[in-house]
Design a protein around this ligand. Sequence first.
Ligand code: NIG
Ligand code: FE
Length: 420
Amino acid sequence: MITLIRNISSLATVNTNGKNYKIGSEMQDIGEIKNASILFDDKILWIGQDSEVDNYIRTNKISPDNIINANGKTILPGFVDSHTHIVFSGNRSNEFGKRLRGATYKEIADEGGGILNTVKATREASLETLYNNGMKLALNAIKHGTTSFEIKSGYSLNLDGEIKQLKAIKKMKDTLSCEIKSTFLGAHDFPPEYRDDREAYIDLLCNEMIPEVAKLQLADYCDAFVDVGYYTYEQGRRILEQAKNYGIGLRLHADELGDVSAGKLAAEMKCSSADHLLFVSDESIKAMKESGTVACLLPGTAYFIRMPYANARKIIDNGLITALATDTNPGSCFTENMQLILSLAVINMKMTAEEAISAATINGAYSIDISHKTGSLEIGKNADFAIYNCDSYIDIMYHFGINHVEETWINGKKFEFNNF
Ligand code: NIG
Ligand code: FE
């Protein structure tokens, strides 16, 4: 079925002319068309000025039922949330309360809370519960304009539990029409059973867990939390090398709590992305530029755990492929709203509105290897976009903290929330 949306006040194509990512000053150009029309079936067939579309309608019959007037509305490509932990069980609002009374994220983790708190609840949960919890957050993200996801395991830290989480993600892939990539994050923390023998857990990860995950083909990527108090540079390298041996893609939680040269490790291992980067060194930035590793920035996390924001200006101005994502998780950033992430990025990381949109769409898509299909509105790509009830994309950041999305369209179909 062919649909035409016309009289769109502002449509940002985020066009890359086939390059499929943007760096430096290219991020500033989001290909805005005012008074636009877009024609699509499941893929985009044509985009242009509304004034040019009448000829097309005359020669190609489009039922009036399939013509939508978007007067006063804005269209952006669907957000690509390239870093989420939405499949978990439990609730850590009690820890949040403690943090509000002065405890730090690290103090809570040192007391056995934090990630391990969620690990306990996730181990006890059924696959069905994990699937339902993940779906609830994904549906809410879609309501806020997200059309593609990366989703990580990492809240079980044992073979059966991690497989259960990855199977819940697989079930989400099978249910939702979105592009979804899955990541094995067995190296998120050290499980309580291996508290005093961390190397033995790394043996388990490398000798049993990675081979099994690969055999079951449950993960597109492997990730590790290489940071102060978590995995060391060398431990991270061992895990990534083993994942690479098994043909799994690589990404990394890097330099969130301190500089441990994790950005450099990500570059050396040719990871698709290094994420967080609050404390990334100049040396790591240089290495990431050379390797083409995407810098995925997660301003919601800096906000939520009251940390200094990543230096987005330096990262973008050095020509790194820069993405923005939510990091949705129950401890360090509990939001699935990408519009809010854009607001945080422009206010607190000094990104321009256009850079934030490029980072949240095409560059996120590039980092999870789907930018040839989605992340920008170009002929032949998936018709994945959201319709915003405002005149221009700038309003999404200007009028902040509310949901501007009126409809989300995935593969050319209006997403029907009532079906779930
Ligand atoms: O991405 N950095 C490590 N992991 C998560 C936090 C997970 C949690 O607190 O549950 C993050 O910030
Ligand atoms: Fe994370």
